[in-house]
Design a protein around this ligand. Structure first.
Ligand code: APR
Length: 310
């Protein structure tokens, strides 16, 4: 793999490009923004970091999609971020138009790329991107689960005073307050988390995770970027290196978990072909209800999007 494009050179896009460069796994990263000089400047800044940090990935930026020609992977972060008091769903009309235009422009210059959507509301923006792309759904998916799990792992690491590296977890469902953390699948170096922490404390962490994005919006006046940018870069890495890592990813479901025609967070295997497998874990009846509720919440946003007739 040689070329990755990141659309949107704001907080998340620029961070993703920067983290990707540090991984030193692709020849070139192209940063595109409607504000061309911003993309050009941030790409140049990160390229000037290369001699200091020791990577070879070349970065360029601007507003001309011709520069994205032949991209194997495109990360879409273009859009407006949340402000205090807004839900992710409030962004829908603005970001749906942006994602549609951006996707059409990408497809003019790259044949059969893999598209990773980061713009919110994530589950619906991924659907919008897929529809505009004409690509098979295994090549169009969204980044949310890695971030949600990262937040959960970080909170648990603080509570348990241990390294977040040793915490494994699974969260499914939509990227919103209805996400479905599965404590049953949370382990610390193989030890079930329930053996290390009381139910009340775990429930509080699960709740804090579900509203974790909002906590940062309140603190910073805009949505987060370090963890989201790094999470998107980790997905790129699994694809570029064909690692076949298993992450929760916002993927199109065609019957899995009893759900149809929806993009929702589920565990998948990510490799050079994109989503190489959607993994169906056995849910308890209670967990399935939570997943169904989350799907219903996403469907209601899809209805709003469909009624916009973009
Ligand atoms: N084409 C290209 N870039 C665009 C377009 C467009 N049509 N419209 C907006 N942009 C750019 C903006 O100019 C800005 O630089 O997208 C960038 C968004 O950056 P920020 O405002 O810093 O937002 P950020 O925090 O990066 O979030 C971007 O990711 O996590 C989600 O909810 C978040 O939807 C939001 C997206």
């Amino acid at each position: 793999m040689s070329k990755v494009t990141v659309i949107g050179a704001g907080n998340v896009g620029a961070t993703c490009a920067n983290v990707l460069a540090h991984k030193d796994i692709v020849k070139e990263v192209v940063l595109i923004d409607i504000v061309g000089n911003l993309a050009k400047g941030k790409a140049l800044d990160t390229w000037q970091q290369a001699p200091v940090d020791g990577y070879s990935t070349y970065l360029s930026g601007g507003d001309d999609y011709a520069a994205t020609e032949g991209s194997e992977i495109v990360v879409i972060t273009a859009g407006v971020p949340r402000k205090p008091g807004m839900s992710r769903d409030d962004l829908i009309s603005t970001n749906a138009r942006i994602v549609k235009t951006v996707t059409e422009n990408i497809m003019k210059h790259s044949k059969n790329p893999i598209l990773i959507v980061v713009s919110n509301p994530l589950d619906v923006m991924t659907l919008a991107c897929w529809r505009s792309s004409g690509l098979v759904s295994s090549r169009v998916f969204g980044m949310a689960g890695i971030l949600d799990i990262a937040r959960y792992r970080a909170f648990l690491a603080t509570a348990l005073n241990c390294s977040p590296k040793d915490i494994q977890a699974l969260i499914m469902g939509g990227h919103g307050d209805t996400m479905v953390p599965l404590p049953r699948y949370t382990t610390v170096a193989g030890i079930p988390v329930t053996e290390l922490i009381g139910k009340e404390e775990l429930d509080a962490i699960v709740h804090r995770t579900a509203v974790g994005g909002g906590e940062l919006v309140t603190l910073m006046g805009t949505s987060a970027w370090y963890a989201p940018g790094a999470a998107a870069a980790q997905m790129v890495e699994s694809i570029v290196k064909d690692e076949k890592r298993i992450f929760p990813v916002c993927a199109k479901l065609d019957g899995q978990y009893g759900l149809h025609d929806i993009f929702l967070g589920v565990p998948v295997k990510l490799g050079k072909k994109g989503i190489e497998q959607i993994i169906e874990v056995k849910l308890t009846a209670d967990e399935q209800v939570l997943l169904n509720n989350s799907a219903a919440a996403v469907k209601s946003v899809i209805d709003v999007y469909n009624n916009m007739q973009l």
